[in-house]
Design a protein around this ligand. Structure first.
Ligand code: ATP
Length: 370
């Protein structure tokens, strides 16, 4: 797929900006805080309807305004598609495809596929499990847009069940075993769907990432990736997962009531990375952790391409300088002209001369491409 044009209106520090992408690689160069990452964030929003940097639309809309718009034209194998996302504060989002407003936002997902790689991703290995869950969830949304709905259903049940447990703890509500059993069943049903999908995608991603990891680090390093749900060791078959879920809820019944919150379910799951049987999170060297994150990103590119049938976009936010020459070369060799890539940087000095000549270079200054 190829992103031909992007138009931003009152988005972050952009008042109004049109960008035409004229080469498979676009380098956005500029000083700090000029709007380079904001531009990549706009593409991320079109791809997943989420930003990894903002949870509220209010922060995305330019200060002092109440509506923000991101338009894009994307060339897909089946033709050209015009997309538009409007953010309102206050108010809800609206999405349009080829000038037609969609009733369900979920139908917007999957039209732009993108792999995002920023220096923050180095925290993917070292950081809290929440980061890893957010990472796998956003990959799943791109590969199986229906997953956005599945996850949302689980989150609704979880919120309501948490509210009930909190009220029970504070004595505001009397325990009604039938009502709690109903929430338990819904949590197990929706939660099992989340667990099984996360497990399935990681089983597909793991061998690709393993191959990359060995190719960058050498064959002596064996990477394993495993989804570790807190309720059961294996995420198949579905009936077994649901039963294990209910059993675990039973086991943790007293603890849940003491804490007044849900302690069982995919909102507490972990994704384990091990290198030669040693947990990469705690024992991996910085170099190993970097290789691992790069391998994951390269694997994401390949997996999305395999599933979708077209190469996704690659968004590299200030990350090349974080990689040493070997890892940079591995990434560059993989990208070539196959994956359309948008790269932000504060200086062009770090780039290979050949890269610079074959790239479109745009200077970003104070929310404008100059
Ligand atoms: N809602 C908003 N309205 C107006 N300006 C905003 C809004 N949100 C962020 N900004 C501005 O956007 C700028 C940050 O831009 P961005 O995060 O893209 O930086 P960058 O160019 O990628 O720099 P760095 O190299 O530091 O990451 C800041 O000047 C910030 O004040």
């Amino acid at each position: 797929m190829y992103l031909k044009a992007l138009y931003l209106k009152q988005f972050r520090n952009y008042q109004e900006q049109k960008v035409e992408f004229s080469a498979p690689k676009t380098i956005l160069v500029g000083n700090n805080a000029q709007g380079k990452s904001n531009l990549l964030e706009a593409v991320e929003l079109l791809s997943t309807l989420k930003s990894h940097r903002a949870t509220r639309d209010r922060d995305l809309i330019s200060e002092g305004t109440s509506v923000s718009q991101i338009n894009a034209t994307i060339e897909r194998a089946y033709g050209s598609v015009d997309l538009s996302l409007r953010l309102h504060y206050p108010g809800r989002r609206t999405v349009t495809v080829n000038q037609e407003t969609l009733k369900r936002q979920i139908d917007f997902l999957g039209l732009v596929n993108a792999v995002q790689f920023s220096s923050l991703d180095l925290e993917l290995v070292r950081g809290a499990p929440e980061r890893r869950r957010a990472w796998i969830d956003s990959l799943l949304v791109q590969i199986e847009p229906i997953y956005a709905h599945i996850l949302q259903q689980y989150q609704i049940v979880l919120r309501q069940r948490n509210a009930l447990l909190k009220n029970l703890k504070s004595g505001q509500t009397q325990l009604d075993p039938a009502q709690l059993a109903l929430w338990d069943a819904q949590l197990a049903t929706t939660g099992s769907r989340v667990i099984r999908r996360r497990d399935r995608i990681l089983k597909r991603l793991a061998p690709i990432a393993q191959t990359w990891h060995s190719s960058i680090a050498g064959n002596s390093e064996q990477l394993t990736i495993r989804y570790a749900p807190n309720i059961i060791a294996e995420a198949e078959p579905p009936e077994k997962v649901q039963q294990a879920f209910l059993d675990k809820i039973q086991q943790r019944r007293v603890a849940e009531q003491v804490h007044g919150t849900t302690l069982v379910g995919p909102h507490r799951d972990e994704i384990e990375f091990t290198i030669n049987q040693t947990p990469a999170r705690t024992y991996g060297s910085q170099g190993q952790q970097r290789t691992l994150v790069l391998s994951l990103k390269l694997a994401e590119l390949k997996l999305i391409e395999d599933v979708v049938g077209e190469p996704p976009l690659l968004l590299l936010d200030d990350v090349l300088a974080e990689l040493d020459l070997l890892r940079q070369n591995q990434l560059i060799e993989t990208i070539q002209d196959h994956f359309q890539t948008l790269i932000t940087t504060t200086h062009l000095g770090a780039f290979d001369a050949q890269w610079l000549t074959s790239s479109q270079i745009l200077t970003v200054e104070g929310g404008k491409i100059v």
